[in-house]
Each structure stands twice: as structure tokens, then as C-alpha cells.
Ligand binder design. Sequence first.
Ligand SMILES: N[C@@H](CCC(=O)N[C@@H](CS)C(=O)NCC(=O)O)C(=O)O
Length: 204
Amino acid sequence: MKLYNAPMPAPNPRRVRIFLAEKKVNLPLVEVSIMTGDIKKPEHLARDPLGQLPTLELDDGTFLSETVAICRYLESLYPDPPVFGRNALETARIDMLTRRVEFQIGTPAGMFWRHAHPFTARVVVPQYTEFGESNRAHYERGLGWADKELAGRDFLAGADYTIADICLLSMVDFADWIGLKIPETLTNLRSWHARASARPSARA
Ligand SMILES: N[C@@H](CCC(=O)N[C@@H](CS)C(=O)NCC(=O)O)C(=O)O
């Protein structure tokens, strides 16, 4: 297998790299440049018709895209330590948390990035900057939700570090890079961020 990848600050390939580091699994990484547009060239569109990263190529030539789907497949090959839960209820709760991280936190950060950030201005035409800026408040509301979930817990689902935490870490780190900070008042989230960042996998 190999993973088509992009380096930091790209948040989605990083989620798979963190997942692999938690599993202590090494996969060959093949870089596809976002900056040069290689990601939208026929060679990569043949792997993922949406021209996105990450994409996993299996040994039989099958391609799999979408970060969480890739991690779920890899979880079936490398079940220890479990990152998607140990039973049906844990798995369902982790799915719920992961979807909320993606929709409540990832979506506003992504909209801010596309519509309010000068870096994307030359590729996102037109940029609706007022709409983009409005996502700051949605992002902070999403972080407020995560802060409440983390009250009295080490990680989003409890004691175990799961795919929901991996998604949250890569998203808040990317958001920080584009200028969306974790408010000082969200102390549970800030403590969680320090704990998650101290894990060796955070360097992936
Ligand atoms: N929902 C997808 C999102 C993938 C995504 O947006 N990846 C970014 C890199 S971090 C990308 O490929 N951007 C280029 C584009 O969307 O055209 C996933 O989780 O894999």
C-alpha cells in the first residue's frame, strides 16, 4: 500500500499520518503537490476524481479516498490500539464526535480559509470575504461544543485517544495556522490540546 500525501499544513493527510503513528505502522508516502496543481492533473484525478488528498492505494491497485474512510479501512488491518472504539456503542459515539468535529469545527474553518484568507484569494474566485469572516463565530461555537465535551475527560470519547481527537487536533492546528486561535476561556480544550500535542503521533 502507499499513501498519496501532502505535507503540513495540509490537515487531511496529516490525520492519516497521525493515525498511522498511533498504530506504529509505516506506509510509503508519495507526495502530490497542491501548490503546483499536480493534485488536479489527470494522474491524480485517476486516483481520486475529486483531485484531493489523502488517497490510499491498495496493493491490488484499488484507490480509497476520504480521510476517515481510509483510517477505518486501516483499522481493520491494524486493530491495535483501537482508534474507532471497542464495541458498538463506543464506535457509534466516536462516529458522532468525529462528524461533529468535521461539521461544527472543520466546516467553518474551511469556509474561513476559502473565503477570508488572502492565501486562497487567487484560486477561490469570487471570494465572499464577509461570509468567510462570519465563520470565525461559527468556528468558536464549534470549539465551545468541544470544550464542554472535554469537561472531566482526557479525550473526546473518554480515556482513549480516538479518531475524533485526531480530527480535532489536525483541524485546530490548521486553524491556528490560518489565524483562528483557541480562545483562552476554553480551558478544557486548551488542556486537551496540550495533551494531544504531547503525544509522539502529533509530530506526524
Ligand atoms: N473530505 C476530504 C477532504 C480532503 C481535502 O480537502 N484535502 C485537501 C488537502 S488537506 C485537498 O485535497 N484540497 C484540494 C482540493 O480540495 O481541491 C477528506 O477528509 O479526505
